[in-house]
Design a protein around this ligand. Structure first.
Ligand code: FE2
Ligand code: FE2
Length: 267
């Protein structure tokens, strides 16, 4: 099973660039075109939050139009830039999303890897939360299928990354989430977004990975007083390849149509 993950699309209308400079919509279109060129094609595409920049219906309409060429099941979760009600309206035809309830949590049981999606959003805040209610939901759902390899998707990484402007808004309830994951060793992976760069860590008995953005990246600055700086570092996505007997293998892919040449002789 080949699982594509794109994250932090931050879609805004053309001519209204993010930070006054990042034209996020054509950048998403390039990501979608790149996914379309993959052979084999991904079986599913995960969207790990910050789907749009300001949570408006208009932005979600642009998002849906840009995603239309992906003729694959798409599983979306909200990030801190998303707005639950507008996202529900925009994805009303996505049967996996719960119609009611406070959170956009769900489980997809249709594939070789079981997909469990978490909603870490706190409206109006940059940081996210896995409070007691959300942890209890996850614990219950993971207990249903202890023998199925499982991928959990959530927007906010649950650990400090050493990038201080991100670490200031750490996930609330991270230790409680870790305790839940530790009870369910079938969780092969937790995939996240939010950090706009690729990061991974062994965490509470599983592996947590963070996907780059399809748009702007946060610069790698490990100084304790690092300012929040973004850049036009090449955007990317991740491909998680489920190989029974091996595990969930992850490739980070830079988005673009790069010149490529055959190797001659030994490589
Ligand atoms: Fe983001
Ligand atoms: Fe975010």
């Amino acid at each position: 099973m080949l699982i594509a993950q794109i994250s932090d699309l931050h879609v805004k209308p053309a001519g209204k660039p993010a930070y006054g400079r990042v034209d996020t919509l054509p950048m998403l279109e390039r990501a979608v075109a790149h996914l379309g060129r993959l052979d084999p094609r991904p079986d599913v595409v995960l969207l790990t939050g910050d789907l749009v920049d300001e949570g408006s219906d208009g932005e979600y309409a642009l998002l849906r139009r840009a995603l239309a060429p992906l003729d694959r099941p798409i599983y979306a979760i909200p990030g801190n830039h998303d707005e639950r009600a507008a996202m529900r309206r925009a994805f009303a035809d996505h049967a996996y999303l719960p119609a009611g309830g406070d959170f956009l949590h769900y489980v997809v049981d249709d594939h070789p890897v079981r997909l469990v999606a978490l909603d870490t959003l706190i409206p109006g805040k940059v940081g996210g939360a896995m409070d007691a209610e959300r942890c209890a939901w996850l614990d219950r759902r993971l207990a249903e299928a202890p023998d199925r390899p499982t991928l959990v998707q959530m927007h906010h990484p649950p650990f400090a990354m050493g990038i201080s402007h991100l670490d200031r808004f750490a996930l609330e309830g991270a230790a409680a989430l870790g305790a839940v994951l530790q009870r369910h060793p079938q969780v092969e992976r937790v995939v996240c977004g939010h950090a706009h760069r690729a990061v991974s860590l062994r965490w509470y008995g599983t592996t947590v990975s963070v996907c780059p953005s399809t748009a702007h990246q946060f610069t790698l600055d490990l100084r304790p007083d690092a300012p929040a700086i973004w850049s036009f570092e090449p955007p990317g996505f991740q491909l998680h390849h489920w190989l029974p007997g091996t595990g969930l293998l992850t490739h980070t892919v830079q988005i673009g149509d790069f010149a490529a040449y055959p190797c001659r002789g030994a490589n």
